[in-house]
Design a protein around this ligand. Structure first.
Ligand SMILES: NC(=O)c1ccc[n+]([C@@H]2O[C@H](COP(=O)([O-])OP(=O)(O)OC[C@H]3O[C@@H](n4cnc5c(N)ncnc54)[C@H](O)[C@@H]3O)[C@@H](O)[C@H]2O)c1
Length: 376
């Protein structure tokens, strides 16, 4: 199989997620970074390219130059900029004939995400959206067990994503990840919901296999002077009658990335916690709870296929991203641009992007309005 030659927009020195993508893409040897427009500051972009050992001629000052200069020399564009460039970059790359791997949220709002969906369809190219947590082996195990009815009909889905890093107005001191996330011009319609609420939402629908049909939201901003939301509580109603909650907050002082999900059916339940990602806890009313472990006994073949090291050696965040990269590579190698849910090569795409931004928009509108419930 030929390596997938990719370019990167964003991800310069000092950036967070670009380096994670590069590490994940390198893990299975199926991707090769060939070029980049890593920063809005050309000098910084060139320094980043040099540090990564790239040909200086392929360090571009902006995305337009990259897309023009890389025709026939690059297969895919990886988008790891702040949100305001996601749709612009994705649509331009698709139109120029490149596949796209973008970080979430897909765009600044639902309308932009819809435009990406149109461009994906018209281009016939692959579009992957890195909803990281769906790449964990024990998330796949949880999804499979719910799907095969192990817990009976699902009644309750509670997902929470507490973070504490925006408890103080660090954006006012120039913390750059905080500065753009709290700036409507660069983040879009939301800070907290679009940044981490979308992860929680995607995970809830993904593991439960149920669609959220109605929500009731209380979205707030605690830190004085902040222009976008930093805290939210959302009641959820699912298509099958299940009920649940989603809380996403960035002002839970002292919390790291405390994402966890609990799903309960008629016959039992499950708990998965991102800070202990190698364990999946199963709860039963009539026998002791069980703990399934990454690489350990009892896992389905689909979850085992996502485990990379023997049981007891911790897996993690980069490996979860790498599982999406591997699915993308496998899909392209099979001559396809999509892999449906359930396929071993499944990866999140624009459908998940549109859906989660619809959730964000609906939650914000519901929270501001007088209606108790809003349809999704
Ligand atoms: N999937 C996940 O778990 C996860 C985690 C963190 C961030 N993210 C997403 O990744 C994206 C980046 O977040 P981050 O925390 O890495 O931000 P960051 O601020 O650390 O990095 C953004 C990078 O984009 C570059 N950039 C800005 N404007 C640019 C332009 N015009 N041209 C080229 N480069 C430009 C910046 O110089 C910087 O290098 C966001 O959309 C965020 O939501 C996803």
């Amino acid at each position: 199989m030929n390596k997938i030659r990719y370019g990167m927009v964003g991800g310069a020195e000092g950036a967070f997620i670009g380096a994670v993508h590069r590490a994940a893409a390198a893990l299975d040897g199926q991707f090769e970074l060939v070029c980049g427009a890593f920063s809005q500051d050309p000098a910084k972009g060139r320094r980043t390219a040099a540090a990564l050992g790239l040909d200086p001629a392929r360090a571009y000052d902006d995305l337009g130059a990259l897309l023009a200069g890389e025709k026939g020399r690059m297969d895919a564009l990886v988008i790891v900029t702040p949100n305001h460039l996601h749709a612009l970059a994705a649509i331009a790359a698709l139109k120029a004939g490149f596949h796209v791997i973008s970080d979430k949220p897909a765009a600044m709002d639902r309308a932009e995400a819809d435009s990406i969906a149109v461009a994906v369809k018209e281009s016939g190219k692959l579009y992957a959206l890195t909803y990281t947590y769906a790449g964990y082996p024990l998330v796949e195990e949880a999804r499979r067990r719910v799907a095969r009815g192990e817990f009976g009909a699902i009644r309750r889905i509670d997902v929470m994503y507490p973070q504490g890093w925006l408890s103080a107005p660090i954006e006012q001191d120039g913390q750059k990840q905080a500065a753009w996330r709290t700036d409507p011009a660069r983040a879009g319609i939301s800070c907290c919901l679009a940044d981490i609420g979308v992860h929680a939402f995607q995970l809830a629908e993904h593991i439960s296999g149920q669609r959220v049909t109605e929500i009731s939201a209380d979205v707030s901003t605690h830190v004085p002077g902040r222009r976008l939301d930093d805290d939210s509580s959302v009641l959820l109603r699912f298509a099958n009658g299940a009920r649940g909650t989603l809380t996403a907050s960035q002002i839970c002082a002292g919390e790291e990335n405390g994402l966890s999900i609990r799903i309960y059916g008629e016959k039992g339940g499950l708990v998965w916690t991102q800070t202990e990602p190698d364990s999946l806890i199963l709860k039963w009313p009539d026998r002791p709870m069980e703990t399934l472990r990454m690489g350990g006994p009892g896992l389905s073949p689909e979850a085992l296929a996502r485990c990379r090291v023997p049981a007891g050696h911790p897996g993690g965040y980069i490996e979860a991203f790498a599982n999406h990269y591997r699915a993308v590579a496998g899909t392209l190698a099979a001559g396809r641009v999509t892999s449906p849910l359930g396929d071993p090569l499944w990866f999140p795409g624009i459908a998940e992007g549109v859906r989660s931004l619809a959730f964000v928009e609906t939650a914000l509108a519901n929270s501001r309005g007088a209606e108790k419930w809003s349809s999704l």
